[in-house]
Design a protein around this ligand. Structure first.
Ligand SMILES: CC(C)(COP(=O)(O)OP(=O)(O)OC[C@H]1O[C@@H](n2cnc3c(N)ncnc32)[C@H](O)[C@@H]1OP(=O)(O)O)[C@@H](O)C(=O)NCCC(=O)NCCS
Length: 393
């Protein structure tokens, strides 16, 4: 056992728990890289499918490799009928993240290779999850609205097919390209809470579906992926409000958060937020909904200035601050915003699960087992004593 410094760090901030070759966040300088590539380069030139390949295989594909990968993704899109039949029985008010989490366990029950832990079997599971999660999100939205889930259109890209399965309309080319870029920007983010959850679960040698289901659960919280829906709620609540500065002050004076701002790692503007802000204005102009982007910009300006006044100079917009108005303009319902985050992040989750299972970055897989400091009672010291139930007051 190597020497380990005895440290206690509630929340594990800044504690390095593993090596990874998948992505890196430089929070001081606002830099995000996937497999060595700057996010800005990928967002300008790559596609979600190509980026998913890069994350999974640690190399950019050549032309035939990319075509083959896209073909595998497209062929894996179809969700087995028993899954839709099962979720059809669930309450229509159920949160789509809960439905998604449950459906991932259902996909596991149908995998003939569930027990196989070869690298190729894990890549095949990853492809199945990346391909099917959009179909599950879209299918559930249709089921709860009393419509039938639509079959995939394999002539469409990953992003385009999601829009088609959600709306039943041929997707607009520009909108498809922007959704593709948004998915790419959300595809990975080093050891965030949901990725850590995935890696922690599979470090026990649980299968990939168990890991991804845990990731969906972790992502659903409002301090993580759930923040995008909270941002949209905030924008909807503020659209008639004139005194935004007054609202920001009241919010902060009463100890409330401004959703979509601040980050555990970034101490400057999240590079993804810059991209999404520009996308918001471009899409907003095209669809006559620029007012959402102007409102977001106004809140950003006022809130950042107010944080500075309060000595908090590093609270800036994060990825969720502008993804919310972008998704709203794209017509994505508020409670599907976090599931849309999940259908992007599954590319990173599956790559991290494979890295964890095969010890790709640090040589040897290891079971996560942190310690805690016990601060509860100790009968020897505090005098508590076990008494039979009949003798208790
Ligand atoms: C993401 C988040 C949890 C990271 O924060 P963190 O590094 O853990 O820092 P803390 O939550 O401890 O915040 C440090 C201080 O800044 C304040 N702060 C951080 N983000 C804030 C926000 N969005 N609004 C208001 N205050 C905020 C905290 O209240 C805290 O103040 P205090 O020291 O007076 O108690 C936090 O910024 C947050 O809750 N943001 C809103 C939710 C969100 O957008 N999540 C998505 C993240 S991608």
């Amino acid at each position: 056992m190597p020497d380990v410094a005895k440290v206690k760090n509630v929340g594990l901030r800044g504690v390095t728990v593993a090596d990874t070759k998948i992505s890196h966040v430089d929070g001081e300088n606002g830099i995000l890289i996937y497999r060595g590539f700057q996010i800005e380069d990928l967002a300008r030139s790559s596609s979600f499918e190509e980026t998913a390949y890069l994350l999974l295989y640690d190399a950019l594909p050549n032309g035939p490799q990319l075509e083959e990968f896209k073909g595998r993704l497209a062929r894996a899109r179809r969700v087995p009928a028993f899954i839709f039949e099962s979720i059809r029985k669930l309450p229509e008010k159920a949160h789509p993240m809960d439905i998604l989490q449950a459906s991932i366990s259902l996909i596991a029950t149908d995998d003939p290779d569930l027990e196989s832990e070869t690298r190729e079997a894990n890549i095949a599971k990853g492809i199945k999850l990346i391909a099917r999660m959009p179909a599950l999100v879209a299918g559930w939205d249709r089921i709860r609205k009393g419509r039938e889930p639509l079959p995939p259109d394999n002539t469409l890209s990953h992003a385009g097919n999601f829009l088609w399965q959600l709306t039943g309309e041929q997707p607009d080319a520009e909108l498809t390209r922007d959704l593709d870029t948004a998915l790419l920007l959300h595809a990975d983010h080093s050891f965030n809470a949901s990725t850590f959850a995935c890696r922690e679960v599979v470090s026990t040698r649980a299968h990939m579906y168990a890991g991804v289901a845990a990731g969906v659960g972790a992502l659903s919280g409002s301090l993580h992926g759930g923040a995008n829906a909270q941002v949209m709620k905030m924008l909807l609540g503020l659209r008639e409000v004139e005194d935004i500065a007054g609202w920001v002050k009241t919010q902060l004076d009463s100890g409330q958060k401004i959703m979509g701002m601040g980050h555990a790692v970034y101490k400057t503007t999240d590079p993804r937020a810059r991209f999404l802000k520009d996308m918001c204005f471009t899409l907003g102009r095209k669809f006559g909904q620029e007012h959402w982007c102007r409102l977001s910009g106004q809140i950003e300006e006022i809130a950042v200035a107010e944080f500075v006044k309060r000595g908090k100079t590093s609270i800036k917009p994060n990825v969720d601050f502008y993804s919310a108005p972008v998704y709203h303009i794209m017509g994505i319902p508020l409670d599907l915003m976090t599931p849309v985050f999940a259908i992007a992040r599954v590319a990173g989750w599956t790559a991290h699960i494979i890295e964890e299972k095969f010890g790709d970055a640090q040589g040897k897989p290891a079971l996560y087992r942190p310690s805690s400091e016990y601060v509860g009672n100790y009968c020897g010291k505090t005098g508590c004593m076990y008494t039979p139930i009949e003798a208790r007051q």
